[in-house]
Design a protein around this ligand. Structure first.
Ligand SMILES: Nc1ncnc2c1ncn2[C@@H]1O[C@H](COP(=O)(O)OP(=O)(O)O)[C@@H](O)[C@H]1O
Ligand SMILES: [Mg+2]
Length: 223
């Protein structure tokens, strides 16, 4: 098991945003986390990444507790995160943005080469955009860079927060294609993707987990 979350509880400004959330993710699995706006999807991803403190519960990554690992150390363990609002560094080029986790995780030149190789096979357009400034890209291009950056850190697990949100239909198809390529190129990678529309992720997810008001209300295999 790559990730085992059990009975996670978290608060934001006194409001309980995660209510005893259980979620297990195996290597190679694509899990869709579905829920309306405000349901707690981002809170759960932030809890996993360590940027939202957990009040209760246990969170194991490859069998080891993440509790003592600071947020910045979690990327170094092989967990990649593409946040909803992308958070690219506007004054950095595309390649510099993607290199930030490589520097933070102290990847070797060999590891960087392998991961860039994977990133460019998943999103070939990034190779052309490499020297453009992050701040000058379109929203759709920024989503691709955020995916690339997540893959630089995410050797074992990537968390993608509403990557389809706001993408025009053609770009959404393009992004879905990238995820398909990723699946084929890196079959052991565990992927957790959030979305508000359950239909969108059905074709690509092995499992659909639905969250409502901070609680997991259903979990079903999609095959
Ligand atoms: N920065 C914040 N300040 C106050 N409340 C917040 C903040 N971020 C999220 N919340 C609240 O936490 C709950 C869960 O939000 P969130 O995890 O962002 O949901 P989702 O990602 O599913 O839209 C919501 O009730 C939301 O209003
Ligand atoms: Mg969200």
């Amino acid at each position: 098991m790559i990730l085992q979350a059990s009975k996670l509880v978290a608060y934001i400004e006194g409001a309980k945003v995660l209510r005893e959330v259980d979620l297990d993710i195996r290597a190679g699995e694509t899990v869709a986390l579905i829920g309306r706006n405000g349901a707690g999807k981002t809170s759960l991803l932030r809890g996993i990444m360590g940027t939202l403190p957990l009040a209760q519960g246990s969170l194991l990554y490859q069998g080891q507790s993440l509790a003592a690992r600071e947020a910045h150390a979690r990327a170094g363990l092989g967990i990649g995160f593409a946040p909803e609002e992308r958070r690219l560094i506007g004054k950095f080029t595309v390649i510099e943005n993607m290199m930030v986790p490589a520097w933070a995780c102290k990847l070797s030149a060999q590891q960087i080469r392998e991961r860039l190789d994977l990133i460019y096979s998943v999103a070939p357009e990034l190779e052309q955009l490499n020297h453009r400034l992050g701040g000058l890209l379109s929203g759709g291009q920024q989503k691709m860079v955020a995916l690339g950056r997540a893959l630089m850190a995410g050797e074992n697990l990537v968390l993608l927060d509403e990557p389809f949100q706001g993408l025009a239909p053609a770009l959404a198809l393009r992004y879905a294609d990238s995820l398909k390529t990723l699946r084929a190129r890196k079959p052991d990678l565990a992927v957790l993707i959030t979305e508000s529309n359950p239909k969108l992720l059905q074709p690509m997810a092995d499992r659909i987990v639905t969250i409502e008001r901070g609680e997991i209300i259903s979990e079903e295999s999609s095959q």
